[in-house]
Design a protein around this ligand. Structure first.
Ligand code: AMO
Length: 440
């Protein structure tokens, strides 16, 4: 008989070690069945982990033999010490109730330690392949990371905000926007909460947001998504971008600690080596970085307004060699490549008070100081040949008095991919959206 409700007395797999000698009721998915001559081993999977169930009763064995993997079961039995069982305890003398029976099998065995399928199969069948411990683990690490981001910023006096994802103007020059029809008016999916987080500095001084952003960039690469999760922060009353970089350092330390504390099991599944966040993250100015690249690599990037991915990889390896750091700040990017809200270096106005943070060869964070005077915005837009008209809502904040401020954004999926060693960002993304993928 299918059960219709889950009793309050549910035991989780991870709780078994404390319950030896007690009658327990587990609920979960049939992860694996192994049949021996005189008994069957069933492995039940729930949110906390795996539990081994030993079946010897002939009637229960006959029932177990008919159960396909991923059947949803209620199992009542005796928690029994066993040196071979995970956690040293298994369930014996079980009685099964089938809660639901799958209609289809997963595209590969979810119990095998490795994933015997390519990326398209993994992504096409995400509703079930995500149940594989190795494919689920990055998302547990992402959840822990966000918790660490929040906890760090809460501790620094930031307020969490939630801002619109449908907007009336682009925010990030150079990145393409998805256009849509908003009750007959043109609108766009937000490329970042940039304008709102700056505006909210005028209200709370220090704010942060975690949420989806959208980039209509036709990049078919292992590090670009059309929708990703942006971890944004913005703070007022700063002297320059260095104060923002200091907050970045604290956030990275907090995120790393939270992953260690809250996602230890997922880290174990994937053999994650967590980074050391140094007391002072090394930094290099963009102009110096180009000199180094010109001197030590085949190319001469001087005069280019940005770093190529290969340059980022080289600089990251250099920071590891020189400073033993997996993180490197590159500061002072040319104004030509930065959005109009960027604050220039007062002494060398062709460079900006901005930074990227490279982590394990990849750009993980962009940030910097912003303009804060209304007239500076008007000049910056005019210099780029843009009208202030589309930005009226945003510019209003600056007409009413804003302090010097700055902030940053971290791409969550890039962080998780770098931590877990995923060679494609899609393995660190729940249901990725890209050039070719809108489903599942
Ligand atoms: P930027 O556009 O550099 O800056 O984005 C910030 C960070 O977001 C991540 N990222 C992406 N991740 C996956 N797919 C993409 N297509 C993608 N594009 C960007 C990267 C990147 O470092 N408003 C500024 C931030 C600020 O100055 O506060 C901004 O959005 O990890």
């Amino acid at each position: 008989m299918p059960a219709t409700s889950v009793p309050a007395s549910r035991t989780l797999a991870a709780e078994l070690p404390g319950l030896t000698g007690r009658q327990v009721t587990l609920h979960g998915w049939l992860h694996r069945t192994r049949s021996l001559k005189a008994l069957d081993f069933l492995v039940l999977r729930d949110r906390s982990g795996l539990a081994q169930v030993v079946v010897t009763d002939p009637a229960e064995r006959a029932l177990a033999a008919r159960l396909p993997e991923e059947s949803v079961l209620e199992v009542t039995g005796l928690a029994t010490a066993s040196a071979q069982a995970p956690g040293g305890v298994e369930v014996t003398s079980p009685r099964f109730t089938v809660v639901s029976t799958p209609e289809a099998a997963p595209p590969f065995d979810l119990f095998r330690p490795s994933v015997p399928a390519g990326l398209p199969t993994v992504l096409d069948h995400a509703p079930v392949t995500l149940r594989h411990p190795r494919l689920r683990a990055p998302h547990a690490i992402a959840a822990a990371s966000i918790a660490g981001f929040r906890a760090t910023l809460d501790g620094l006096g930031f307020t969490e905000i939630h801002t619109p994802k449908v907007v009336d103007s682009a925010t990030e020059s150079g990145a393409d926007v998805f256009a849509l029809d908003w009750f007959g008016s043109p609108a766009y999916l937000a490329q970042s909460p940039q304008f709102f987080k700056q505006t909210m500095v005028g209200v709370f001084e220090r704010v942060y947001e975690t949420g989806p952003v959208f980039r209509a960039e036709p990049h078919d690469t292992a590090r670009h998504l059309a929708q990703y999760t942006s971890l944004d922060a913005e703070l007022g009353f700063i002297a320059d971008h260095r104060e923002v970089m200091d907050v970045v350092r604290q956030v990275l330390a907090g995120m790393t600690a939270a992953v260690r504390e809250r996602a230890g099991e997922a880290c174990g599944v994937l053999d994650v080596a967590l980074p050391q966040v140094p007391e002072r993250i090394p930094e290099i100015h963009f102009a110096q970085a180009q000199e180094l690249l010109a001197e030590h690599t085949e190319e001469d990037p001087r005069g280019e307004p940005d770093l190529a991915p290969a340059h980022e990889r080289w600089l990251s390896a250099w920071a590891l060699r020189e400073y033993g750091s997996e993180f490197l700040f590159v500061t002072g990017y040319p104004m030509a490549k930065r959005p109009f809200y960027t604050h220039p270096e007062p002494e060398r106005p062709q460079y900006s008070r901005s930074f990227d943070l490279l982590f394990r060869g990849l750009e993980l964070i962009t940030g910097g100081q912003r303009l804060h005077r209304h007239e500076d915005y008007l000049h910056a837009l005019a210099a780029r040949g843009e009208s202030p008209e589309p930005y009226a809502g945003y510019l209003a904040a600056f007409r009413h008095g804003m302090p010097p401020h700055g902030g940053f954004a971290l791409g969550l999926e890039r962080w998780t991919a770098r931590l877990t060693g995923a060679d494609n960002i899609r393995l660190a993304t729940l249901f990725p959206r890209d050039l070719h993928r809108l489903t599942p």
